[in-house]
Design a protein around this ligand. Sequence first.
Ligand code: PLP
Length: 414
Amino acid sequence: MKPIYLDHNATSPSTDAHLSILFNKLKDSIGNPSSPHAKGRNASVCLTEARKAIATSLNADVGEIIFLSGATEANNIATNGVLKNTKVPIESQHVITSSIEHPAIKEPIQFLKNTQNLKVTEIDVSKEGFIQFEDVIKNIKPDTTLITIMAANNEIGTIQPVKLIGDYLHYMRWGVSSSQSDKDSFDLLTSKYLNSNVSKEHLQKLHFHIDAVQAYGKIELDNWLSSGHDSVAISGHKVGSLQGIGALFLRRGRKYLPLILGGAQEKNRRAGTENLPGIISFGLIAKDLYTEQWIKEKNYIINLRDTFLKELSQLSNIELNTPNQMILPNTINFSVQGKKLKGEDLLVELDLQGVCASSGSACSSGANLPSKVILALGKESVLAKNSIRISLSHSNTKEEIEKTISIIKNYLNN
Ligand code: PLP
């Protein structure tokens, strides 16, 4: 029996078609891109092609894309690497982030806070799971060197106002905005909320990072990209490429202290022989993003999600954790509530019947701790412990959704 795979926010497995195209490409191109001979040149061409595809998918220049082992590395660079490059001691720096970031952002920040007294403001989210844009402005201080906010949350799928933050920063730094009404509202917000000791030059230096792992390839760029972000983390395996490959978009002129030293790969920004299979795989996937076909697939996923949500909303003993707007097309999060009901038991039941779903974030599952994201919504610990995440792709079918719903119904009724 083919499993029903509903865990695409953890990893979206490569399709057979992708693997076979990749295999054919790899047969001819394995060599070290740094080698001067034919095999090396071939590998280098593949590397360039993939870099172009990723750059295009992010409206970026090829020189702004750095290949890495994944988004965890990209997020470590955007925190640790960026802060250590400022020449200001860590204890004199202040970072703004949110309470629902992925551990790949939370942990490096926490580490610097614990070991070097980094000052951190964690912005709380509303009970629906959104940060307020104004809270970011209010918290910028003369010592703020980094703002890092995710584009979309991996557990509940809420889309954060990173585009607005970027637009605001771009306007404040360079006086450029797309409309007079944006300018007026940014001016008003500045007079109301921005610390008067924060200068334009300061905002020009401040680094704005977006962890876009869950938004990239799932929602259109204009939902989250602007001209004001300085770096963006993306990951291949969340959009159907091999695992172990990710990239950092780093705006031209921005710098960080490399975390891995060695050879001169990636223009001295990330040493080590490139992961060519991963890079080619990621490039092939990137080429197909944001096309007409992609839009069709996105709409199809939205349809599946809405069917799922409608069915869930009719069940008692279910609490939805995903709000009904500003969410990813593919993500549904709910908790089971009732004396004998447990999220982990439901997950086991789903697994026994061939359905792969997850509880909380994949990285912390295994230990049955309450989900920090659900707790951040202000929900009780028991709901945070019993949360389930369903994340879809266009490979899922209506029949799979129906079967999953019927397993959930049976579990609730027994
Ligand atoms: N950021 C977010 C929002 C994620 O969902 C994940 C993975 O779950 C990561 C970062 C880490 O990505 P990677 O697996 O490429 O290290």
